[in-house]
Design a protein around this ligand. Structure first.
Ligand code: GLA
Length: 391
């Protein structure tokens, strides 16, 4: 069985090392932001709905030191020490080659629209959020950068949701993925030992305590999420056309009766997409109540229904993930739940269950699951950690 350790919040030694090699001397500050796992509420955020994620102990760290000129210099420890350089005094364009650099450029660009960045900065980045796993490595990078800039430029007025908004716009406008606000909000604002019920319209949050007897297990299927931005953007467009057809601002405002009344007037695919979002919103609020009350069976039923809805109506699961969820559900035997987590098309399954049942879950996955490439799943037993901050 492959189980992987989840990091502490201390920055890895390679961060300081790569900073020293790139710039000479030590950084003056360090910021971190975690990845996340979503317990329930998938593809509801950009429909102004509800989500229930928690931050987990995989992180991105950014080390920084002010420059006396107006250049931004960045080195990426996890991309062969690739470097990027751009000017704060000129328009910031996309990087012609490095995907990772566009997250940096996007965040600096967005930050600069809000506040004055009077001098340049040297940055080094390292992280351990698995990429392509649906655990929000991108949001963790964006929010860690925004947090580092906040510290470096003394922007104390910017609160967590401001940083999340800057990070999201960087991804929407600069990277080109029309993601919602969930990942950035939980990375910026999570509270340790709690899940976050987030109303994605008002950005109101409610911290839902995680019973210490419950474990959150994240299982990587070994199927990486490929080039999924286009499928994601297509789902979003279908949801928007459903809202328009139903005459509501967003699917958050629709209910099953409206959907039934619209009936044949809706394209059948669009109808299924809308049915997922409308039912998922209800399940998410109910699941938060279950978690609050310690009703793990009730939570499990909502997670199971969520997975079926993602599989049949939103059509974002893949066969290996469906199989992994079935194996997990059998081992959990109703004392919790399992479902695919994140944007879809591969990545991870999340399970919530009594800690005492975790060994049985691990054994069962070990015995019965192989990815299409014959790989075993990687299992992470996670804790709900705090959001972004200095490190
Ligand atoms: C990705 C996006 C989020 C959200 C999820 C699906 O993680 O970044 O905004 O839409 O997919 O729930």
């Amino acid at each position: 069985m492959q189980t992987a350790a989840v990091s502490t919040s201390a920055p890895p030694a390679r961060l300081e090392e790569i900073f020293r090699v790139a710039y000479g001397g030590l950084p003056h500050l360090c910021a971190q932001a975690p990845g996340r796992v979503n317990l329930i509420g998938e593809h509801t955020d950009y429909n102004d709905g509800f989500v229930l994620p928690c931050a987990i102990g995989f992180r991105t760290w950014v080390a920084a030191r002010a420059r006396t000129d107006t250049q931004v210099r960045v080195v990426a420890a996890d991309f062969d020490a690739q470097q990027d350089v751009f000017e704060l005094t000129a328009p910031i364009a996309k990087h012609p080659a490095f995907g990772w650099a566009n997250y940096v450029r996007g965040v600096v660009h967005e930050m600069r629209r809000h506040v004055d960045l009077p001098h340049g900065i040297n940055l080094a980045i390292a992280g351990d959020v698995p990429r392509g796993a649906g655990l929000s490595s991108s949001a963790s990078l964006e929010v860690a950068l925004a947090q580092a800039l906040k510290q470096a430029y003394g922007l104390e007025d910017l609160c967590g949701s401001d940083l999340a908004g800057i990070a999201q716009r960087a991804e929407n406008d600069f990277v080109g993925c029309n993601c919602g606000i969930m990942d950035q909000m939980v990375s910026a604002c999570a509270i340790a030992s709690h899940a976050m019920l987030l109303d994605c319209r008002s950005l109101q949050t409610r911290a839902v305590p995680m019973d210490p007897g419950l474990g959150v297990v994240v299982v990587h299927s070994g199927v990486n999420r490929g080039l999924v931005d286009s499928a994601y953007n297509a789902r979003r467009a279908q949801c928007e056309s459903a809202a328009q057809a139903l005459g509501v601002v967003a699917l958050r405002d629709a209910d099953p009766a409206m959907l039934e009344r619209a009936g044949d007037a809706l394209d059948p695919v669009v109808l299924r997409r809308a049915r997922h979002v409308i039912s998922e919103n209800v399940r998410t609020v109910e699941a938060a109540e279950c978690l609050w009350r310690g009703d793990v069976r009730g939570l499990g039923r909502r997670m199971q229904a969520s997975h079926c809805s993602m599989r049949d109506d939103f059509e974002i699961t893949v066969p290996a993930i469906d199989q992994l969820v079935m194996i997990a559900e059998e081992a959990i035997a109703g004392e919790g739940g399992a479902r695919m987590t994140g944007g879809g098309f591969g990545g991870c399954v999340v399970a919530v269950l009594p800690r005492a049942r975790i060994p049985r879950l691990c054994e069962s996955i070990d015995r019965h699951y192989r990815s299409p490439m014959g790989k075993q799943a990687t299992i992470h037993v996670c804790e709900a950690v705090h959001g972004a901050g200095p490190c």
